[in-house]
Design a protein around this ligand. Structure first.
Ligand SMILES: Nc1ncnc2c1ncn2[C@@H]1O[C@H](COP(=O)(O)OP(=O)(O)O)[C@@H](O)[C@H]1O
Ligand SMILES: O=C(O)C1=C[C@@H](OP(=O)(O)O)[C@@H](O)[C@H](O)C1
Ligand SMILES: [Mg+2]
Length: 170
């Protein structure tokens, strides 16, 4: 949370001329309710079910021309990790816990950070999730101390380099 998935995803989709989807927004549109409401009524488990459903629906269609920003918890379910690895070029936007805390501190739409100690929560989630992000990622991009546009350019360059090296190998 706060790594910049929604922000950078939108920027790179514009540069690549691809369609942009944010999975959280897709989940909200499908539910006709926002994420805090879903967590309140259905708990995290209800949200995760909707998230997996939305992700599998998304990859049924042609994803070649799509940039998808997921929510940070997408890697928690093994079936989601399988889908991401099979169907996408996955970019892990790395942000330190300090940056995540700073970037999420101005908004209140992330239910997991609305109770207790957000710093401790982010730290705990990072410990569990960082290895899972690395397991599914094709590319890992560091985002600390970089403006969103600079991060987007770094992602675009890394994708180009990756695709060129793939071409050279085949
Ligand atoms: N590289 C960055 N540097 C500074 N602020 C950023 C950066 N990336 C995102 N932000 C800001 O951090 C906040 C959270 O970004 P967001 O894209 O919603 O993250 P995510 O979708 O990963 O939770 C937004 O206010 C956004 O403008
Ligand atoms: O990390 C998580 O478990 C979550 C991250 C959120 O998305 P962002 O990572 O875009 O904030 C959103 O899916 C939900 O609040 C749960
Ligand atoms: Mg987001």
């Amino acid at each position: 949370m706060g790594a910049g998935k929604t922000t950078i995803g939108r920027l790179i989709s514009q540069s690549m001329g691809k369609e942009f989807y944010d999975l959280d927004k897709v989940i909200e549109d499908n539910a006709g309710a926002d994420i805090p409401w879903i967590f309140e009524r259905e708990g995290e488990e209800g949200f995760r079910k909707r998230e997996t459903q939305a992700l599998s629906n998304m990859v049924q269609s042609d994803t070649h021309n799509t940039v998808l920003a997921t929510g940070g918890g997408i890697v928690m379910r093994p079936e989601n990790r399988d889908i991401l690895q099979q169907d996408g070029l996955v970019v892990y936007l790395y942000a330190s816990v300090a940056q995540q805390l700073y970037r999420t501190s101005k908004s209140s739409h992330r239910p997991l950070l609305q109770t207790g100690d957000p710093k401790a929560t982010l730290k705990k989630l990072f410990e569990v999730r960082d290895p899972l992000y690395r397991e599914v990622a094709t590319l890992v991009i560091e985002t600390d101390a970089r403006h969103p546009k600079a991060v987007a350019n770094k992602v675009l360059d890394a994708i180009k380099r990756y695709l060129t090296s793939e071409d050279n190998q085949s």
